[in-house]
Each structure stands twice: as structure tokens, then as C-alpha cells.
Design a protein around this ligand. Structure first.
Ligand code: GLC
Ligand code: CA
Length: 516
């Protein structure tokens, strides 16, 4: 059972600290998100993913949770979050929260209890060795910081101890089995967190490091998947409308085996997604497909994507995004014209697309000091640029107090300018999202077939009775086919037309051809 609403879902990812500050303290908050829900709706997005907004010491921007059931005071209260659910629902917008199941903050009360010498309910909640002098082979761990005699395993940064879901292959006495009482207790505790928010109106979760639960798992992560299958049973029975998207980037495991409804296709070097927008770390220069004139080849994407798509078709959706809070913004290397084509592609592919806040206006990847464990990621996390008023409409507070500095360029993109300009990136994104909503054949589950993929553009594909063609190159391109008989271009970027069974694609253009 996959929730129906995903078929036509277009998500908008909100980094809560950087979207809209409602009280002048320089940090975005839940009331700020509520105030901007009309904006999200008008853009055409009908679902949100909100990055962690829970109580935290913020050593990893909130991915170090101190209390899963409490909104961080800097964002507001639990009541504000419930109001956000209601206000979003009133506008036809679903809300996914970010679930961090693999680790907590080392300030979480579970961890504090777990670190005590005396045995207690939480002694087995995290992964500990039996002695302060025994480490964990091949894994990051910390020893000597606690009263408890043992080393504890880390899941990410030093402030993020790994929760204990057990080990599949065990070779030390302190490694819990996946069905041990302590491993099962961790799983139930996480399900309890999920129920807590689902019962209050949350529509599901984006799951952080979803593949990281069971340690020494096999290659397909079968033991970790079994845990998610159990979660899925709970959802199917009690919350059939709730949706789950995994940070996994292996859809055959995440979707077919673990039961996630969607899996992110992450920006990993050399994978198919990476070749589209961010191929700049490969030797020999940037050959990103959407970088005009870079000589990018769509087959590099398709080789990786098509098997994944075929394997998971009918079971769930691959999710491609414009960017996320861990990834350099696409405007780092792509111009607004190039971004229009990239987004045209993302909005006409199968699966469920995600727009990262600010990418709809081409916000830049900024050179800024690291903040809250962001490091290189910080440049994609700067405050939203709404208009030309104080702090670009993000906050009424003093500039020095902003969560992060904003783009200082005089031509820093902003919503207000672009909303009034038909030719802007923002206006194009709006039209593209509307196009997707208007045609069932462009949505998550409808057919996808490649019609032309060669070293040189155009890339031509079919979704149901629509034919889509993209030419990112600086040269004009053409495509002739009987299939074009009687068709016209219903959506064009940069002047693409269909004449007598031929698509004429000027440099950097896109066409969606259908019947009248
Ligand atoms: C995921 C998050 C990232 C975070 C990490 C640890 O990759 O997206 O922001 O730092 O997990 O929770
Ligand atoms: Ca605030």
C-alpha cells in the first residue's frame, strides 16, 4: 500500500533555521514557516520535508537530537508544530518531519543514563564495549569520557553515539543480537517517537541514514531492512496515509526490501544523479549533463538510473532533488538558463521530486564560515532571499544576528523580483510544477520510456502520450519521428517548436509535445 497522494506530490524541503524568522531573533522558526505556506502552495508544492526541528545542542544542526518529542525552543513549541500541520493541511500540503533513528545527541537523557556505571533501563540503548580499554574495530568510538567502563560507538560526529539495534554478524560478547531485548527496545522506542508525531497530524518522515541501524549487516542490509519492514507494517495498519522517504540511495534495498515508499537518489560521486548537475569533481573537468557545452552524456545517467528504476517500478519511487542541505546548490555551477532545463527534467521524470528552498530562485552556494557542524555544507544553508527589504525579508532582527550571512551580491536572487518576471527561473519552476500537476502521465508512477539517448543531445523520452525533449547544448538540435505527427509543443523553454513531424530545439531548450 503506497499512499495515493505521493503520485502527484511535489515536495519542498525547508531548512527551518533559514526559511523565515518571525520574531527577529535571526533564526527561522515554525511561525515563519506558517507565514510562508501560501508561498509554498503558490509555487505548486503540496508537501514539505522539514529538517530536524527538535530539541538539540545543535552540534550537527539538529541531527543530534536531545529530545525527539520536543520542538527546539528556538523554533517554537509543540503547539506551533501542530498548528503548522493544521495550517498546511488546510492548504492541501502534507508535512514530513525528519526522523534521526541511528543516533542521538550525547546530551539525550537515554545516553546520559546509558553512560552511568549502574546498570539501568538504558544500559543497552547504545553500542558499548565491555571495557574502557576495548575499542571497536574499524568503527569510530569514544572511550574515557564516561563513568561507565566501556567505549561507545559513534554513528556520525563525536556528539552522535550510535543507538543499539544489534549486530548481524557478532564476534564480541558485547555485540547484541538483532532480536535481543535491548535491540528490540530501541526499535520500539523509535516507533513510539513516530507514533507520537503521526498522532498529532504529521504525514510521515524523511529518515536520516536509514541504512545505518544494524551493524555488521550484510551487503543488501537485510537486517536493517527487517526493522523498516516492521515499521512499515505499523504504518500500513495504523497510518496508511503516512509516507516515508529514506536517505539510503539504494532503491532496491530501501524500497523493495525495507519497504520505504521513496528513496533519495543522493549526490554521490560517479553515480547517475551526480552526472546531471555536479560532475565537477571528476578528473578531466565538469561534464555535467546540464552544464551547457560541457559535452555531458545523458547515457551516463541512464546506465545507472534505468536498472534502479526497472527494479523498483511498481513498488515505490526514486526521489531526485534539486539539492538538499548536505549538497552544494546547483547554482554553484549552473546558470539560470541551465537550471531551467535541469528542473524541467526533474519535474517530468517518474518518482517524487523535491525542491530545496531557494533553488527555485537559483540561490547561490555561498562561501561562509562553518556553522553547527555544517562545514562545506554550510554554503547551501543560508537564509531564504524573499525581497529587497531588510535581510531580504528573512528577519527583522539585526544583520549580525542572522543564523548565517546572506548573499551580499547586489544581484542576489530574490522571490519578489522573480515573481514579477515571466522569464525568471522562479516563474519557469512554477509553470513546470503546474505542468506536472496537470498531466497524470508526468507523475510519479506513470510510464517512462527513452526514445533517444546518444552522446549528443537531444535527449528524448516519453511519458504516456507526452514526448519530452531536452537540448542543453549551445548548438541547435533536431529530432524527427512519426511519433510527432499531429503534435504541438505545449510547453517550451527557449523557443522549441514542432513543425511537420520535427522537433526544433534551439540551444538550451526544452519541449513537451502533446496532442491538442
Ligand atoms: C544525514 C543528514 C546530515 C547529517 C547526518 C548525520 O546525512 O542529512 O545533515 O549531518 O545524516 O545525522
Ligand atoms: Ca525566530
Amino acid at each position: 500500500m503506497t499512499p495515493e497522494w505521493l503520485i502527484d506530490a511535489v515536495f519542498y524541503e525547508i531548512y527551518p533555521q533559514s526559511f523565515q524568522d518571525s520574531n527577529g531573533d535571526g533564526i527561522g522558526d515554525l511561525q515563519g514557516i506558517i507565514d510562508r505556506l501560501d508561498y509554498v502552495r503558490d509555487l505548486g508544492c503540496n508537501a514539505l520535508w522539514i529538517n530536524p526541528c527538535f530539541d538539540s545542542p545543535f552540534r550537527d544542526a539538529g541531527y543530534d537530537v536531545r529530545d525527539y518529542k520536543q520542538v527546539a525552543p528556538r523554533y517554537g513549541t509543540n503547539r506551533d508544530l501542530c498548528r503548522l500541520f493544521d495550517e498546511a493541511h488546510a492548504r492541501g500540503i502534507r508535512v514530513l518531519l525528519d526522523l534521526v533513528p541511528g543516533h542521538t545527541s550525547d546530551e539525550h537523557p537515554w545516553f546520559r543514563e546509558s553512560a552511568k556505571q549502574e546498570e539501568n533501563e538504558y544500559s543497552g540503548r547504545y553500542i558499548w564495549t565491555d571495557h574502557a580499554f576495548e575499542g571497536i574495530e574499524g568503527r569510530p568510538y569514544i572511550s574515557g569520557m564516561t563513568e561507565r567502563a566501556g567505549a561507545y560507538m559513534l554513528n556520525f560526529f563525536a556528539s552522535q553515539p550510535a543507538l543499539n539495534y544489534g549486530w548481524l554478524h557478532r564476534n564480541r560478547p558485547w555485540m547484541s543480537a538483532v532480536d535481543s531485548p535491548e535491540a528490540l527496545a530501541t526499535r520500539e522506542a523509535m516507533k513510539d517517537v513516530m507514533r507520537f508525531w503521526l498522532d498529532q497530524g504529521c504525514d510521515g518522515f524523511r529518515v536520516d541514514m536509514a541504512d545505518s541501524l544494524v551493524k555488521n549487516d550484510d551487503e543488501s542490509k537485510s537486517a536493517t531492512s527487517a526493522i523498516w519492514r516492521d515499521v512499515r507494517r505499523m504504518l500500513d495498519e495504523d497510518y496508511p496515509e503516512a509516507a516515508m522517504v529514506s536517505e539510503w540511495s539504494n532503491p532496491a534495498s530501501a524500497i523493495n526490501q525495507a519497504g520505504f515508499h521513496m528513496d533519495f537518489y543522493l549526490d554521490h560521486h560517479y553515480n547517475g544523479y551526480n552526472t546531471l548537475l555536479r560532475d565537477y569533481e571528476t578528473e578531466g573537468g565538469d561534464h555535467s549533463y546540464f552544464r551547457s557545452g560541457s559535452g555531458g552524456d545523458i547515457r551516463r545517467f541512464l546506465q545507472d538510473y534505468l536498472p534502479k528504476y526497472e527494479q523498483t517500478k511498481g513498488n515505490g519511487y526514486i526521489s531526485m532533488f534539486t539539492c538538499n542541505h548536505d549538497t552544494p546548490r546547483p547554482a554553484r555551477t549552473l546558470s539560470a538558463d541551465e537550471l531551467k532545463l535541469a528542473y524541467a527534467f526533474l519535474m517530468t521524470m517518474p518518482g517524487v521530486p523535491f525542491v530545496y528552498y531557494g533553488d527555485e530562485i537559483g540561490m547561490r552556494y555561498l562561501k561562509v564560515r562553518t556553522k553547527e557542524g555544517g562545514y562545506a555544507r554550510t554554503g547551501s544553508r543560508t537564509p531564504m532571499q524573499w525581497d529587497r527589504s531588510r535581510n531580504m525579508g528573512f528577519s527583522e532582527g539585526p544583520k549580525e544576528r542572522l543564523y548565517l550571512p546572506q548573499d551580499p551580491a547586489p544581484d542576489a536572487p530574490c522571490v519578489a523580483d522573480q515573481a514579477n518576471d515571466e522569464n525568471s527561473l522562479y516563474s519557469e519552476v512554477r509553470r513546470l510544477i503546474a505542468l506536472r500537476h496537470a498531466h497524470e502521465v508526468l507523475q510519479a508512477d506513470a510510464d517512462f520510456e527513452v526514445l533517444r539517448a546518444e552522446a549528443v543531445p537531444p535527449f528524448v523520452y516519453r511519458r504516456g502520450d507526452l514526448i519530452l525533449a531536452i537540448n542543453p547544448s549551445p548548438e541547435a538540435a533536431e529530432w524527427s519521428s512519426d511519433l510527432l505527427e499531429g503534435r504541438y509543443v505545449m510547453h517550451a523553454i527557449n523557443g522549441a517548436v514542432a513543425i511537420n513531424g520535427q522537433l526544433r530545439l534551439p540551444p538550451r531548450s526544452f519541449a513537451a509535445a502533446g496532442y491538442r
